[in-house]
Design a protein around this ligand. Structure first.
Ligand code: NAD
Length: 356
């Protein structure tokens, strides 16, 4: 009886107390206690960092890789090229970045790559990003987004990484939020396995911080848009609308077009990743523009900057399960990370059209 009823409670209490004590200890001291000889100061003052970027051949990951390479960091990309493209890394590879074509679900493979790369900083962006696919095939979503995250955390810890910047989602976690803009605090209400998987990965990041002293942070993005974007992600509508603009076809708007999103430009997201890597913040941080923009307003902004005949949308019935309103409160990013979104929507859209 004791074993079944009391022992788990006692164990939970002991673990919680240990975690609380661990969190109270300054992270630099903790790093020293682990005998790594690396701390936040040594990483930023050393200038050059050894980094692993999972999902680094994708839209956001490759933009981050380009910036790391530009700064002179040594970068290893882990990507199975399922939605990412080698072409996204053309200039980074030419400048010395390494690409390991590998599935993050392959624990042994990930472990071997991390051991050889010996990263100080890990940016974990590899993910199954298609919300609808996560509903159709939750097992595949969990294999990549939960088991893959565990493999990356485990490999990071074994390789002696100092810091892991995890990638999460605001829109996917908050669902139909009661409070807009939505801060990081609960309630969390994922509407699909994609959000549930990201939530689980965030939880593992916090556990690895508490249990193993691997410093982690989870950035919850709004709807990220920019050059190289694919049509399947959370902000895929921007890529779709831009494509329609070029081909001159009418874009489809589902529902009345008044559903809102928080569009944040990819270079702002990259800057948030770099700041997060150098900080010691833990837990979730929203990274959005903090502004609600409807799909129809997005289309109007695109029409305004395109210099082409304005696109008139075709309306289709609303899609089931789609969130009506989404907007992130970015106060924590502003106050604690020192990050501000800088790119206004119209300027961001101009950048995409220039790439087309
Ligand atoms: P993307 O599809 O361009 O990038 C994902 C990358 O992960 C791709 O290069 C893909 O090949 C790789 N990948 C997928 N499964 C993998 C696996 N099993 N093993 C190794 N690599 C794998 O999408 P993105 O928009 O650049 O997304 C990057 C991250 O940002 C993802 O974690 C995504 O969930 C998150 N995110 C994106 C948005 C957005 O609006 N784009 C919003 C919130 C969160």
């Amino acid at each position: 009886m004791y074993q079944r009823k009391i022992a788990p409670v006692v164990t939970r209490f002991v673990v919680c107390a240990a975690l609380a004590a661990f969190r109270a200890e300054p992270s630099v001291a903790r790093g020293r206690r682990r005998g790594r000889g690396r701390d936040a100061q040594s990483v930023s003052s050393a200038g050059v960092m050894d980094c692993v970027v999972t999902g680094g051949a994708g839209f956001i990951g490759s933009t981050l890789v380009d910036e790391l390479v530009r700064r002179g960091d040594r970068v290893t990309v882990v990507d199975n090229l399922s939605s990412g493209k080698r072409a996204n890394l053309e200039s980074a590879l030419a400048a010395g970045a390494r690409l390991e074509v590998l599935d993050v679900a392959d624990a042994a493979g990930v472990g071997a790559v991390f051991e050889s790369a010996a990263p100080q900083i890990v940016f974990h962006l590899a993910a199954q990003i298609d919300v609808r696919r996560s509903v159709e095939d939750p097992r595949h979503d969990a294999t990549t987004n939960i088991l893959g995250a565990i493999n990356v955390l485990e490999a990071s810890r074994r390789a002696g990484a100092r810091r892991l910047v995890n990638t999460s989602t605001g829109g996917g976690l908050y669902g139909e939020a009661q409070l807009l803009p939505t801060p990081e605090d609960p309630p969390i209400r994922p509407l699909a396995p994609y959000g549930q998987g990201k939530l689980a990965a965030e939880g593992y990041c916090e556990l690895y911080w508490g249990l193993h002293g691997l410093s982690t942070v989870s950035l919850r993005y709004g709807n990220v848009y920019g050059p190289r974007q694919d049509v399947h992600g959370e902000a895929g509508v921007v890529a779709i609308f831009c494509g329609k603009l070029i081909s001159g076809e009418a874009p489809t708007v589902f529902g009345d077009g008044e559903q809102t999103r928080d569009w944040v430009e990819v270079s702002d997201v990259v800057r948030a990743n770099l700041l997060a890597a150098e900080s010691e913040l833990t837990g979730p941080i929203n990274i959005g523009h903090g502004q609600e923009t409807s799909v129809l307003d997005l289309l109007a902004a695109l029409n305004a900057v395109s210099g082409r005949a304005p696109l008139e949308p075709t309306f289709m019935p609303e899609r089931l399960g789609e969130v009506r309103r989404s907007c992130l409160d970015v106060t924590r990013a502003r106050q604690e990370l020192g990050w501000e979104p800088e790119v206004e929507l119209r300027d961001g859209l101009k950048r995409i059209l220039a790439e087309f």
